[in-house]
Design a protein around this ligand. Structure first.
Ligand SMILES: [Ca+2]
Ligand SMILES: [Ca+2]
Ligand SMILES: [Ca+2]
Ligand SMILES: [Ca+2]
Length: 492
């Protein structure tokens, strides 16, 4: 906590709040960790007391202080869609028992409180959609110095719009503050691996010991750490991120990676929320995978819903929400009519460390729809009305990234997004036209740019370092949830 708080304070003292927020460019995961530490402080009375060295302040005061320290303004957060959820957040963890030694129950309580609100279910059946290794050896850095990152095989980029570099991975301190378990940095740094389920998980049940992997060498591995960051919003929570020794980045016969996963009973079995209530995940299996240095992240779901009257289930962790959110379609486009939520097998950004921006639809995606004559119409451009069967459709842009463009938020290398495995395509048009949508395509070649997970090269890769491969060209069928929204909620 101390180190992270000190870093946050350093940001505040050198960054005048009225100028362009040059400090916004930071390692994505480290940024999340820094902000979540503040969430943990303001939602755990024992930590609040120890860091303010005064008597415990009311949650609202503690949070205001935290915002001031990070230079993360509250100006948008107050009226953001997460406002009402914040209230729930602040009161719930207050009642959890304060216990001095670090245990699983002390870790960022807002992330492990079983809350789920309008979260998508991606299939009627509870299944593992993907559990392939994301990247090798960039988790558990002792610091973010250039030499540390280079010798560890990370990526490092100093954009002109920022004073601090953006780097891949996360420090050990950040991991241990927000994930259950520890980041083991011996003999080398930990690997990252997202497990994507069809249903949201009841997050209190998430532990490293729930997961048993078998590698292509035959060795069996239990992760070192597990957690809900960055898939933490109440309408998400179907992806558990694991850190551990899962493999390497070598080629050919020397390549090591997981080939199967089994969910096992660790005494607090993983539980999920589906259309008919809770269900244990024990016994779920997954096979597949390969080296992420051969093939990068792919689409594992695309789901079409009505936008409705308001964004439901946004956010879930006080100050973090105020830094990253609102990122919903109402904040960015005034709503629109339809949302296609994309679910991916891992992080999905242009270089692995720089953010995807809401105006980047045309660089990476195109929606397929059927015309009256049965032919395929490709929705390639934003803000163009396409004639399809049933009427017109117009792509407004991407959401579920970061905050809307404003005087202090620019869509450039310093843009900060939530860096999770969900991205929304927002559309306007006719209901009958929306029913003609068939696929989302990621061409990833020609005029289209591929996408990378956090092991990617960054804009200025070190020579002689092997980085994760770009994601492949992909075509994902769109699940029509216009009639049955296929969403579930659990407010304990
Ligand atoms: Ca468990
Ligand atoms: Ca999100
Ligand atoms: Ca969101
Ligand atoms: Ca996202």
């Amino acid at each position: 906590m101390t180190e992270i708080a000190a870093r946050a304070r350093r940001v505040a003292t050198t960054s005048p709040p009225t100028r362009e927020p040059r400090r916004r460019a930071r390692a994505l995961v480290v940024l999340l960790a820094t902000l979540l530490s503040l969430a943990a402080c303001s939602n755990d009375s024992s930590q609040t007391a120890s860091t303010t060295s005064t008597e415990p302040a009311p949650a609202s005061e503690a949070e205001t202080g935290a915002e001031a320290e990070t230079g993360v303004e509250a100006e948008t957060g107050a009226e953001g869609a997460g406002g009402t959820e914040d209230t729930v957040l602040e009161t719930d963890p207050e009642s959890s028992d304060p216990s001095p030694p670090r245990s699983d129950d002390d870790v960022a309580p807002a992330l492990y409180d079983d809350r789920i609100l309008a979260a998508d279910i991606w299939d009627d059946e509870l299944r593992v959609l993907s559990a392939g290794m994301g990247f090798d050896g960039v988790i558990g850095w002792p610091d973010e110095e250039l030499e540390t990152i280079r010798s560890g095989g990370g990526s490092f980029y100093q954009p002109e719009c920022a004073d601090d570099p953006i780097v891949s991975g996360a420090t050990a301190a950040g991991v241990e503050m927000f994930y259950r378990g520890v980041a083991d940095d011996e003999p080398d740094y930990d690997d990252g691996l997202p497990v994507v389920f069809t249903w949201p998980v009841l997050t209190s049940t998430v532990h490293p010991e729930d997961f048993l992997f078998t590698l292509n060498t035959g060795e069996q591995v239990v992760p070192n750490a597990a957690g809900m960051l960055p898939n933490y919003e109440l309408n998400e929570r179907n992806t558990v991120v694991l850190f551990g020794d899962f493999g390497n980045r070598l080629e050919g016969n020397d390549a090591v990676y997981p080939v199967s996963l089994e969910i096992i009973d660790d005494g607090t079995p993983l539980r999920f929320l589906g259309p008919d209530g809770e269900q244990s995940g024990v016994g779920l299996t997954w096979t597949g995978g390969g080296s992420p240095y051969e093939t990068g992240p792919a689409l594992v779901g695309a789901k079409l819903n009505h936008v409705g009257d308001e964004a439901v289930g946004e956010g879930g962790a006080g100050p973090l929400d105020r830094a990253l959110l609102p990122n919903d379609e109402f904040a960015l486009y005034g709503g629109g009519d339809f949302r296609i939520r994309l679910l991916t097998s891992g992080g999905y950004t242009p270089t692995g460390i720089t953010s995807l921006t809401p105006d980047a639809y045309e660089n990476h995606f195109r929606v397929h729809a059927t015309a009256e004559d049965g032919s395929t119409i490709l929705l390639t451009d934003v803000n163009v009305d396409y004639e399809v069967a049933g009427g017109t459709l117009r792509v407004l842009g991407l959401a579920e990234l970061g905050q809307p463009e404003s005087e202090r938020v620019t869509y450039n290398d310093c843009y900060v997004e939530d860096a999770d495995n969900q991205i929304d395509i927002i559309l306007a048009g006719d209901e009958a036209a929306a029913r003609s949508i068939t696929f989302v395509e990621v061409p990833a070649q020609g005029d289209y740019l591929p996408l990378y997970n956090p092991g990617g090269p960054g804009p200025e890769p070190f020579p002689n370092v092997r980085y994760t491969a770009p994601g492949p060209p992909d075509l994902e069928p769109v699940i029509n949830a216009l009639d049955d929204p296929m969403r579930v909620s659990n407010i304990p």
